[in-house]
Design a protein around this ligand. Structure first.
Ligand code: ADP
Ligand code: AMP
Length: 205
């Protein structure tokens, strides 16, 4: 099964993906995580991507499509988190999957208003050792766990990322609605409830 997680930054996509990995054996592919790894390792892709990420803009489609081609697994249940983010990426994905005899089976839209996004992202903290995601108020890290804040989780970059989401990524809602496989989830609810709705939407228990 190929599942796309769509929704603004900070909607809780990564948090839910982590749980599907731990409890249901999904494979989580986050283009944001892959890019941050490339930046850390100073690969040619990382060096090119960094300036866009720091500004809260999208990394150019060609670079993303090339990266995902290498990372798309042959089998298993896959969550694509943060990809596709443009119509061009969605079309490239459809083509790639068709060549593998596959398709996007479900698109989950994580619905949250902007104010919630800003609050979630400004309080987000990451454990750099495990990659686990916390929130200073909603999911504080356990004592002894050292956390860091992402460079792009500063208020002015958050606003830019939201604007980019609305302009470049939100058109995907209509793209997938037309294909008939989009399910909206109220992502303002507590993580536990969102997870339950997610399992229902995917038809798994
Ligand atoms: P995304 O992957 O969509 O950018 P994250 O999963 O990183 O979003 O979540 C953003 C922040 O919001 C994190 O700090 C996370 O702990 C917190 N968070 C995630 N889901 C919820 C929720 N349902 N309620 C409150 N806070 C949440
Ligand atoms: P994320 O971790 O999903 O919030 O992504 C962090 C940043 O990585 C974004 O603000 C973009 O700069 C970049 N990025 C991640 N995924 C994509 C994508 N599919 N297309 C373009 N840029 C991306």
């Amino acid at each position: 099964m190929i599942v796309v997680f769509l929704g603004p930054p900070g909607a809780g996509k990564g948090t839910q993906a982590q749980r599907l990995v731990e409890e249901k054996g999904f494979i989580h592919i986050s283009t944001g995580d892959l890019l941050r790894e490339a930046v850390r390792n100073q690969t040619p892709l990382g060096l090119k991507a960094k300036e866009y990420m720091d500004r809260g803009e999208l990394v150019p489609d060609e670079l993303i499509i090339e990266m995902i081609k290498e990372k798309l697994p042959e089998g298993g249940n896959v969550i694509l988190d943060g990809f596709p983010r443009t119509i061009a990426q969605a079309e490239a994905l459809d083509k790639m999957l068709a060549e593998m005899g596959k398709k996007v089976d479900a698109v989950i839209l994580f619905d949250v208003p902007d104010e919630v996004v800003v609050e979630r992202l400004s309080g987000r903290r990451i454990d750099p050792k495990t990659g686990k995601v916390y929130h200073i108020k909603y999911n504080p890290p356990p004592e002894g766990v050292e956390v860091i804040q992402r460079d792009d989780d500063r208020e002015e970059v958050i606003r830019k990322r939201l604007e980019v989401y609305r302009k470049q990524t939100a058109p995907l809602i209509e793209y997938y609605e037309k294909k008939g496989n989009l399910v909206r989830i109220d992502a303002t609810k507590a993580p536990e409830e969102v997870y339950r709705d997610l399992l229902n939407a995917l038809g798994i228990s």
